[in-house]
Write a protein of this length. Structure first.
Length: 61
């Protein structure tokens, strides 16, 4: 039993999977931060364009 436990602790099977899980979590976290960072300014631009198009009369410059 003790030998099997030592072998289990020394085994590196699955280490690559753990690396990928951590890397994927970091990428997702970074994406969420970027989305929240640009969400406010993007909404402001969209509101400005919407207001302009609402009041725009075609043919009048």
């Amino acid at each position: 039993m003790r030998k099997n436990f030592k072998t289990f602790l020394k085994s590196e099977d699955g280490a690559v999977t753990v690396d990928w899980v951590v890397l994927t979590a970091a990428v997702v976290s970074l994406a969420v931060v970027v989305i929240f960072a640009i969400q406010g300014p993007t909404d402001d631009v969209g509101d400005g364009v919407g207001d302009y198009l609402t009041t725009y009369t075609p043919g009048s410059n």
